[in-house]
Write a new protein. Structure first.
Length: 342
């Protein structure tokens, strides 16, 4: 059964946001370098019916698990990153970016058999023209998986929770999940997992899992078209992952939160403008995990994550949000709804 939403008060949010500072999380997953080439398109190529983009500048940002970690840092937390790169220039650039963000990076392993994952986006007049990916999706070797597990275990006593960011680039494998997830439950460390379909049968047990609508539809092998299929999808994901909570993200329809005891809440979107959804799921994971560790109840945590998403999708490219931005967005939304109610 589903219920209407109890609105999060600005004072409640501020108390939670204040407790973000100093929280300690381990982020495990696929690390990427997001490369942006910015320019202008004034003509069509004589070689093919495509625009010629005259590049004016380039920039680089942390992507994937790195974007989760940078969002955690922007929100005031400490982040330990455990991930894998290739042995190339992109890996060196990633290490420099991690140093800029003061993200603990001694948990990085090098795999000489694969390239560092790089997503290159070419933008003209601030519109994405094309994206080119350099990557390997092959699972890590048994040796690297064991080394990755060892790095995670070394840090578990120092953290309050674990975020697993699976982008299907080979870092998160069934043997790793089968070895790690039961151990984390025994240690009573909360696990926040951002899934992809390839590993879905191995995501158990977890505390929170955040599928998007397409992933949830793949679990039930049908489209979510109404309340009944939405509830079916959420409950099946919950059973499959043996999770306490499922936060199903639904784009313009907002989010739906499912609890193990059958409790459900719909959370409408608060986005005023959708500019770029790149990395929004990473921002949601950072805000959600920190809210839970800061003492928010599940509904409050999901609502704060929803506000964080509404901010980041109004920014261009892979981006972060701050506590001040979440505070401002929540207060603005609260004032708007009070004004509309008059």
């Amino acid at each position: 059964m589903s219920y209407q939403l109890e609105r999060l008060l600005p004072e409640q949010a501020e108390r939670v946001l204040e407790r973000f500072a100093g929280r300690r999380l381990l982020v495990l997953g696929d690390l990427m370098l997001d490369e942006y080439l910015w320019g202008k398109a004034r003509r069509i190529s004589p070689e093919a019916p495509v625009p010629v983009v005259e590049i004016e500048r380039e920039s680089f940002r942390l992507g994937g698990a790195g974007n989760v970690a940078s969002n955690l840092r922007a929100l005031g937390a400490r982040a330990w990153l455990v991930a894998v790169t290739g042995a190339d220039a992109a890996a060196e650039r990633l290490r420099a970016l991690l140093a800029e963000w003061r993200i603990e990076a001694d948990g990085l392993l090098t795999d000489t058999t694969r390239p560092t994952t790089v997503k290159t986006r070419i933008l003209a007049q601030h519109q994405q023209v094309v994206r080119a990916d350099r990557e390997s999706r092959a699972p890590l070797s048994e040796d690297l998986t064991h080394r990755l597990l060892a790095l995670v275990r070394e840090r578990l006593d120092a953290v309050e929770g674990v975020v697993i960011s699976d982008y299907e680039k080979g870092t998160i494998t069934p043997p790793l999940l089968e070895a790690l997830l039961p151990e984390l439950r025994r240690r009573r460390l909360p696990v926040f997992l951002d899934p992809k379909m390839r590993n879905f049968p191995y995501y158990r047990p977890v505390t929170w899992i955040k599928p998007n609508q397409r992933e949830a539809e793949a679990v039930i092998h049908r489209e979510i078209t109404d309340e009944a299929t939405l509830l079916e999808a959420g409950r099946q994901v919950q059973r499959a992952a043996d999770s306490d909570y499922v936060l199903l993200t639904r784009g313009e329809h907002g989010m739906t939160l499912f609890a193990r005891d059958g409790w459900v809440r719909h959370i409408p979107t608060v986005a005023r403008e959708v500019y770029d959804v790149t990395g929004a799921g990473d921002t949601v994971m950072a805000a959600l995990s920190l809210s839970v560790l800061a003492g928010a109840d599940p509904l409050q945590a999901a609502q704060l994550a929803n506000y964080a998403a509404s901010i980041v999708i109004a920014k261009l490219g892979t981006a972060v949000v701050t506590r001040q931005e979440i505070q401002s967005a929540l207060r603005a939304d609260w004032l708007l709804r009070r004004s509309d109610a008059r």
